[in-house]
Design a protein around this ligand. Sequence first.
Ligand code: FAD
Length: 488
Amino acid sequence: MRLLPANRGTFPDTFSKSLIMETSKKHARKVVRLSREMQDNYAHSRKVRIYHGTSNSTRVLSFKKNGVVDISDLDQVIKVNKNGRYAIVEPNVPMDKLVNETLKHGLIPPVVMEFPGITVGGGIQGGAGESSSFKWGLFDNCCLEYEVILGNGKVVKASPKVKADLFYGLASSYGSVGIISAAKLKLIPAKKYVRLKYIKVNSFEEVVEVIKKETKRGSDFVDGILFSKNLGVVMEGTLTDYVDLPITTFSKTTDEWFYLHAKKNAEKKSGWEEIIPIRDYFFRYDQGTFWVSRYAFLRLKFPFNRFTRMLFNVAFKTRAMFRFLQALKTSQQTITQDISLSADKIFTFLDYLDKNINIYPLWFCPLRPIKDAFLSPIFMSTDLIINVGVWGKLIKDFKKILNLNRKIEKKTLELGGRKILYAQCYYPESEFWSIYDRQKYDKLREKYDSTKTFPDIYDKVIVKEKYKVSYLGGLVSFIKSPTKYPIS
Ligand SMILES: Cc1cc2nc3c(=O)[nH]c(=O)nc-3n(C[C@H](O)[C@H](O)[C@H](O)COP(=O)(O)OP(=O)(O)OC[C@H]3O[C@@H](n4cnc5c(N)ncnc54)[C@H](O)[C@@H]3O)c2cc1C
């Protein structure tokens, strides 16, 4: 674990040794290549987007390789320090690989996103969180330090103590401020299982009340689903090594999709408990992509039953689903929004959704608010935030779906909430900047030389055109190169 010899002049003067000193030569070589590439882009004022090998974004992305910086080889867990309880990782490490590595040392990241293919870099830059986020905040709130390649090619360290404005400004900045080339992540002790308690709820009021109550009990995980206006569950999980119930899994082909398993039980029982292996708990929504894969059955007019779910299991897991979605360009025909709102505003929002859009199931994920990262969806002054996942509907009329998305955006704005920007965004520019602090953002980009080489955040997240769904062309290109991902 040594730094490259100084006489090779590979790193700019500003490079801080403290993080890279602990990393490998192989990593250093990759960073040097990218640093030089960014210096060249800077010299020619070339704006670049980041290609990182995969993407879970539902925005229709481009496959064009020009105007791109390719960071896809940054995909290694460099080090796990058991005593110090931290890991140093490259940004394209996906959640399943990260968890497999840290579990070898009896540790886990405090926040592990529900889809195994979500990456460390995408999670930091894309506002990712999950059912432990009521305790820890989003994934970026569990990061201790970043190694960053700036728009001019300089490689710097950012942490809450060093370049704190950059450290906090990178969160949810969607690759518009700098490239994260390594991150130091906090880790916590792992256990083998999660004991999951399901509490049946029967109304909007109840789902909010039970979530509020459960987040105060000191458990490890809380999330919820409303299957309809009058039926749902709140799930409270605790890490455990103790097994006193049969073990339930959600990763085998024969396992039922998690939300269907929860729904079937909620229709019969008022509450129940299960023991779930920790990996199965983390990625419980992978099979069926929560419930979004249901729409692929609808679109393809496949019968939707236990047998067909087993038969096409691999195709409806998240990694395959996101590749299909991008190849066929179908994401504009469904609503995919994640809305963060102060818990006291949720009832009004649900009532509005029910009357105007009527979309179920809905996902609920309580989140701890933060004060530092000004672009983050949890930058809010309140006690508790609840994220509502509004995913579904199959609407082929573009005007209609645009109108519904705008309704959600306007209501969110009215209630002081924020969208997670990975999804389809239709905000007019002035409305977008009434939510985010443009002055602060522009100052940050100028200070860290991002403006010449990275597009700004509005430019990155906004939907600019109506995409033509391409079933045949999409399928052919998917079959020809099934591992080809677009640029995010
Ligand atoms: C139905 C559904 C459910 C979802 N549920 C969840 C959930 O439960 N929890 C959750 O957290 N998220 C969820 N998401 C959203 C998903 O987590 C986000 O889209 C996440 O950001 C994806 O990460 P990714 O690794 O695929 O990155 P991408 O989406 O490819 O990238 C995100 C952004 O980060 C930038 N970027 C990536 N790597 C770097 C880097 N190294 N340096 C600088 N910029 C970089 C990209 O350019 C892009 O702008 C859900 C999405 C859907 C559709």
